[in-house]
Design a protein around this ligand. Structure first.
Ligand SMILES: *[C@@H]1O[C@H](CO)[C@@H](O)[C@H](O)[C@H]1NC(C)=O
Ligand SMILES: *[C@@H]1O[C@H](CO)[C@@H](O)[C@H](O)[C@H]1NC(C)=O
Ligand SMILES: *[C@@H]1O[C@H](CO)[C@@H](O)[C@H](O)[C@H]1NC(C)=O
Ligand SMILES: *[C@@H]1O[C@H](CO)[C@@H](O)[C@H](O)[C@H]1NC(C)=O
Length: 345
């Protein structure tokens, strides 16, 4: 018993082959996508932006199976990217026996299947056309270069192109065409590869391209990365919006704290000054000494032993005492000054 879906598919095939089979016979040939055995490939299927909400699928003519978008299996992913008007098909673990054959991308418009892209997949130990990487990226305004290899000698004289999937616009080796932009240059080494150089990249250059030699091709995805708009300006803006207010607040706090400490210390000092005045008044007694006398220690009443100024050197003025042998002032001198260090207790 066939399910509704299977029946639908069955009738669709008959219809599809009647309508499109004719068209296909008249066209030159399939595009041949040659890929390496055991490798994987991603095929882009672009659709008209107005069909964003339509059902899209990938169909294999080999096993007559369809895979709808947003399906991920072990060896097959079909993912829609409505923002880019395309869905991509990724096939992994490619085997010639299993995967060689015709495929197509289609979507359903009012229930009617509509072909949007078809391709013949050919898995080979040495693909006819290949690229180092199927994904390249460059910066806006920058450049990228892609080397496309062709292995078969018979391709030597075939037309070699670099084409964009979206609009099927191609750049051809050795052909000067005024409609071709100078931002794309292709050079062929004539033996095994040709190189595509794209300069002055724009964001709109992003998308899928392919290298082709004759009817063999290989897809390449190009991603153009947006360049940051003027970094210096950003730093300046950051300086204005973040660092200036922060440093202002910091500076203000420092000033406030300084003022507070200053007033506090001033008050503290005034108290000390008063205390010291009281202390010094006690040490103004006259001290008399004889040469044989032991050293005189000034006894200063230090009421605060934790005073940070306790190591200070006090200068005490000692009047010259007549009769003292130790200090003989020169003629005329009335007194000499003796510096004495006061040790705290
Ligand atoms: C995926 O590919 C590998 C290698 O060919 C195979 O062994 C495996 O069965 C495949 N998986 C599915 C789900 O087909
Ligand atoms: C498929 O996935 C993409 C995101 O990867 C999402 O934007 C889109 O709406 C999905 N489509 C369907 C039919 O679920
Ligand atoms: C130049 O390019 C246009 C469009 O890509 C094409 O129609 C035309 O035939 C080309 N001319 C030559 C001389 O290749
Ligand atoms: C060629 O360059 C012009 C100006 O840079 C641009 O407007 C035009 O779209 C470009 N053509 C292609 C095919 O990229």
């Amino acid at each position: 018993m066939l399910t509704y879906e299977q029946k639908e598919m069955f009738f669709f095939f008959i219809w599809f082959w009647l309508i499109l089979g004719v068209e296909r016979c008249s066209s030159v040939s399939y595009n041949r996508l040659t890929v390496k055995t055991g490798g994987s490939v991603t095929i882009p299927c672009y659709y008209d932006g107005k069909y964003t909400h339509q059902k899209k699928y990938w169909h294999s003519e080999n096993n007559k199976s369809s895979t709808y978008t947003n399906t991920t299996e072990e060896n097959l992913s079909v993912i829609d990217h409505p923002d880019q008007s395309l869905f991509t098909v990724t096939i992994r673990n490619l085997q010639s026996t299993k995967h060689d054959g015709g495929y197509y991308c289609a979507l359903k418009i009012e229930g009617k299947p509509t072909l949007i892209y078809d391709i013949y997949l050919q898995v080979q130990s040495a693909p006819d056309v290949s690229v180092m990487s199927s994904s390249v990226s460059g910066h806006e305004g920058g450049h990228i270069s892609v080397q496309c290899f062709y292995t078969l000698l018979r391709y030597k004289n075939n037309v070699k192109q670099w084409c964009r999937y979206k609009d099927q616009r191609c750049y051809t080796v050795g052909r000067t065409n005024t409609s071709q932009n100078s931002s794309v240059q292709i050079s062929d080494d004539g033996r095994r590869s040709f190189t595509v150089l794209m300069t002055g990249l724009r964001l709109t250059d992003s998308g899928w391209y392919y290298c082709s030699v004759g009817e063999a091709l290989n897809p390449v995805q190009l991603t153009v990365i947006k360049t940051e708009p003027d970094k210096e300006k950003d730093i300046y803006n950051e300086l204005l919006t973040v660092w200036l207010p922060v440093s202002s607040v910091l500076l203000l706090s420092v000033i406030l704290i300084s003022v507070f400490i200053w007033t506090w210390r001033r008050r503290h000092k005034q108290d000390k000054q008063q205390k010291r005045e009281i202390n010094s008044s006690r040490t103004t007694d006259m001290i008399y000494s004889k040469p044989e006398d032991p050293p005189i220690y000034n006894d200063i009443n230090d009421e605060n032993p934790n005073d940070p100024n306790k190591d200070i050197i006090y200068y005490s003025t000692i009047d010259f005492v007549p009769g003292s042998e130790a200090v003989k002032p020169p003629e005329g001198a009335i007194y000499s000054i003796i510096y004495s260090t006061v040790d705290p207790h």
